[in-house]
Design a protein around this ligand. Structure first.
Ligand code: GAR
Length: 185
């Protein structure tokens, strides 16, 4: 069986990006490119150091979301990938993207709770006793496609730094597993 080809989209730190490259590339999956909308993303040198080609496409160069998504699809289609992995890619995608590219996302909350860009803070500050991480298929609604996996933990008595570390630790265990599950590996 041929190795599955993927691309990873990211916007910032690139912690999940780095973790996925180190754990899965190139024997389990081939990461053919890492794509970012942020020319200053800290993930860029991380990917490059690990030998992954990085492509920058700045969303601020486009007037409409659909135009940015069209340009993304134009970059991704010739890469001939089996899956796009959104790892901290902080853009809302329109059907121009989601109707053409199969993608999965990781989100630092127990979806459908705390969608959006402030999930970690909102989940920490909520009166719930548990928090968690979700992976899901991507559709054109924010953080809303079918859930692939979820991991939950008790957050009682945790300070914010411990909470954030716990989310990161879970994300780094969960995302590679969900990627393999979706690719039937
Ligand atoms: C991660 O916590 C990821 O779950 C979150 O952004 C962070 C990226 O960190 N994604 C979302 O909130 C998507 N709505 P990283 O750049 O270090 O991987």
């Amino acid at each position: 069986m041929s190795i599955k080809r993927v691309t990873i989209l990211f916007s910032g730190e690139g912690g999940n990006l780095e973790n996925i490259i180190k754990k899965l590339h190139p024997h389990t999956i081939e990461i053919v490119a890492a794509i970012t909308n942020n020319p200053l993303a800290n993930g860029i040198p991380k990917a490059q150091k690990l030998g992954i080609e990085t492509i920058v496409i700045d969303h601020r160069d486009f007037k409409k979301r659909e135009e940015f998504d069209q340009a993304l699809v134009k970059i991704i289609t010739p890469l001939n990938i089996d899956l796009a992995i959104l790892a901290g890619f902080m853009r809302i995608l329109t059907p121009v993207f989601t109707d053409n590219i199969k993608a999965i996302n990781i989100h630092p909350s127990l979806l459908p709770l705390f969608k959006g860009a402030h999930a970690i803070e909102e989940s920490f500050n909520s009166n719930m006793k548990v928090a968690g991480v979700s992976t899901h298929l991507v559709n054109s609604q924010l953080d809303s496609g079918d859930i692939i996996d979820q991991v939950c933990f008790n957050k009682e008595d945790m300070d914010f730094q411990t909470f954030k570390n716990k989310i990161t630790q879970i994300e780094h265990e969960l995302f590679p597993k969900s990627i393999k599950k979706v690719l039937l590996l």
